[in-house]
Design a protein around this ligand. Structure first.
Ligand SMILES: [Zn+2]
Length: 259
């Protein structure tokens, strides 16, 4: 049976926008809805962004006041890489979001999407001295290339941008100590797939640790081998199969993201 196809990119495209710009907006609105469905929200807080395909110095965030499941492609707010509002006039975004996302997108021209959340599992692992352990197949995707950024208080000071950029380096994933996680990627689909694996890795580690039993880890050789395997299949079918499947799931749920 053929996979269900979403018509989200054409369904209600605003004709004042190019197909690429509208698609970027639809994907970003959709990932806010997916976060809502997965319970990865924190009220109106935490933030997800996508770079404008037409102007690499601009990116989109949700309007600060909207809950994740209320976000539509038309609602999104454009911000520049200094964290200043571009449009629409008078709209507000989360101030920490403007700082964190502008820092990452400015330093990483290869990244077009940044996802940041505060799930219980992500905060818990970010607060462990040893951080994410090479315990599960999911965790081994991040083995050897996971960054850590020390907690400095709520990210309201633009001076933190430099430290965020330095700590992330060329990695796509960073634990924000005592705070949550941050993932970036070349597309919304790839960044989401990474974020999903990281969340599962964090959740399963916390569950295993909660038993109090001694943990069994794969050998160092197998850890390195699996990390290499992940490198070879990176990107894979995240954009072509997994993300379209998420869009069709949202459509089945009646989520109004592509408006
Ligand atoms: Zn945060």
């Amino acid at each position: 049976m053929p996979a269900r196809k979403s018509d989200a990119y054409t369904r209600a495209r605003r004709n004042d926008m190019s197909p690429a710009e509208w698609k970027a907006r639809v994907d970003l609105a959709a990932v806010y809805h997916v976060f809502h469905q997965l319970g990865w929200t924190d009220g109106i807080n935490t933030h997800l962004s996508v770079r404008s395909p037409e102007n690499p110095n601009h990116f989109y965030l949700k309007p600060d006041h909207l809950l994740f499941h209320q976000v539509t492609a038309s609602d999104l707010v454009k911000v520049d890489l200094d964290g200043n509002l571009v449009e629409p006039e008078g709209e507000k975004v989360n101030p920490a979001g403007a700082i964190i996302h502008s820092a990452v997108l400015a330093a990483r021209p290869d990244a077009n999407c940044v996802l940041h959340h505060h799930t219980d599992a992500g905060i818990a692992v970010s607060s462990l001295a040893d951080g994410l352990l090479p315990m599960s197949q999911h965790a081994l995707q991040f083995h050897g290339h996971l960054s850590y950024h020390e907690y400095e208080g709520i990210a309201l000071d633009a001076a933190e941008r430099e430290g965020l950029q330095r700590d992330l380096g060329q990695n796509d994933t960073m634990m924000l100590r005592n705070h949550g996680v941050l993932v970036c990627g070349p597309s919304v689909g790839t960044a989401f797939a990474t974020c999903d694996n990281l969340e599962t890795a964090c959740r399963s580690q916390i569950m295993a640790m909660q038993t109090g039993a001694k943990l069994h880890l794969p050998t160092k050789e197998v850890q390195d081998h699996t990390a290499q395997q992940y490198k070879r299949i990176a990107g894979g079918r995240a954009d072509t199969v997994e993300w379209p499947a998420m869009l069709s799931w949202l459509d089945e749920l009646g989520a109004k993201y592509a408006e």
